[in-house]
Design a protein around this ligand. Structure first.
Ligand code: TXA
Ligand code: MG
Length: 345
């Protein structure tokens, strides 16, 4: 069934064109990572600044050595343990890897995605290249600073005018972007939390990685660096409607207060809405983190499209299982409501 579409996608990649593709995390906007002109088209389509590096998607862990240099043993161990899967490794790049892909940096982000259709595409794309040499550079297939897409329909809505081929692999099963682990500065550090937790990483490497932090000192340090992870900008993953997080115990009262002042309110909450309440849109979400993450971006897009004046999100529990989701909600809140004019950068 998919043979014809895979062939078409391989031809498009070989011709330097863009192909939107499914992964287990979010949909990506792909191009041949070895072709700088093709990679430039990704930046143009997304409206993304050229110094924000892209992740290169590989067919298998064995391809790692073609792209990364001086790969430390724990990086190999993580690749073996978690690929295909929602983990990106930042490694020193091989000299040939185009700077267009790495945002001008000497490091490269690499991952093998766990989606059958995209693995099939990567294998077919790799067939015509030297072993390990095929890579698809792909950021999330959204405009810069906006909510990542988790269905093919999301991609068509947002980028349909700039990408002709969208591979439909159904809804993403993880729903938030990969965990990024940086090996380029010695001890591995998490640059972006995701479904693979620090504890999962420690089970393989024997060391709990530091999460590049949120302290004032670290924010200051980061300010002096090239923005290494665009997802680390405070305002990111943002709906256009203002979004605010509210503590569980205060949610019902806050909704009532806003409705009384005549505001159109949309709510994302763990439980069902109290019966008899009306005058607002209430979206119930799973109280289990994997299901919450899977539906998060579709929920944010849906709530954003309602034309409400505010989106209230019930705070998620604290604790490691919710860390990646809390990270995305904090960034969504920080970047929300500003409209197109106030996108980061
Ligand atoms: O789950 C994912 O990672 C998805 C799917 C499509 O694979 N991709 C994704 O790409 O989230 P993007 O571009 O939206 O976010 C990737 C992040 C960016 O914030 C980028 O700055 C960071 O990875 N990154 C890529 N290469 C890097 C490098 N060499 N050093 C530091 N950060 C890097
Ligand atoms: Mg992104």
């Amino acid at each position: 069934m998919s043979a014809a579409i895979i062939k078409q996608a391989v031809h498009a990649l070989q011709a330097g064109e863009l192909v939107a593709l499914p992964t287990e995390t979010v949909y990506g906007l792909g191009a041949d990572a070895a072709n700088p002109e093709a990679v430039a088209r990704i930046f143009a389509a997304k409206g993304r600044p050229a110094d924000h590096p892209l992740i290169v998607h590989l067919a298998d862990a064995a391809s790692l050595a073609h792209w990364g240099e001086d790969i430390p043993q724990p990086a190999w161990a993580l690749a073996t343990a978690f690929w295909p899967g929602p983990l990106t490794l930042i490694l020193k790049k091989q000299p040939w890897v185009p700077l267009a892909v790495t945002g001008g940096q000497e490091t490269v982000g690499l991952r093998v995605p766990a989606h059958p259709l995209t693995l099939e595409l990567l294998a077919a794309f790799a067939a015509a290249r030297a072993p390990g040499a095929a890579g698809i550079a792909a950021p999330s297939a959204n405009r810069f600073g906006r909510v990542s897409p988790t269905t093919a329909a999301h991609v068509r809505e947002e980028l349909g005018n700039v990408v002709s081929l969208v591979l439909d692999g159904g809804p993403c099963t993880v729903g938030i972007e990969s965990t990024i682990v940086d090996f380029s500065r010695g001890a591995p550090e998490i640059l972006r939390p995701g479904a693979i937790s620090p504890e999962d990483i420690a089970r393989v490497t024997g060391v709990l990685p530091r999460v590049r932090g949120r302290t004032v000192e670290e924010a200051g340090e980061r300010a002096t660096l090239v923005p290494r992870v665009s997802g680390s900008l405070t305002a990111h993953y943002a709906p256009l409607t203002p979004l605010r997080q509210v503590k569980s115990g205060e949610l019902a009262g806050e909704v009532r207060r806003l409705v009384q002042t005549g505001q159109r309110v949309a709510v994302l909450a763990h439980g069902a809405c109290a019966p008899g309440d009306n005058g607002f849109h209430w979206q119930a979400v799973a109280s289990e983190p994997a299901a919450y993450a899977r539906a998060l971006y579709a929920n944010l897009r849906m709530l954003d499209a309602l034309g409400a004046e505010i989106i209230l999100v019930e705070e998620v529990p604290s604790g490691p299982a919710w860390q990646a989701i809390a990270d995305r909600l904090n960034r969504a809140a920080a970047g929300s409501g500003a409209g197109e004019a106030a996108l980061p950068e």
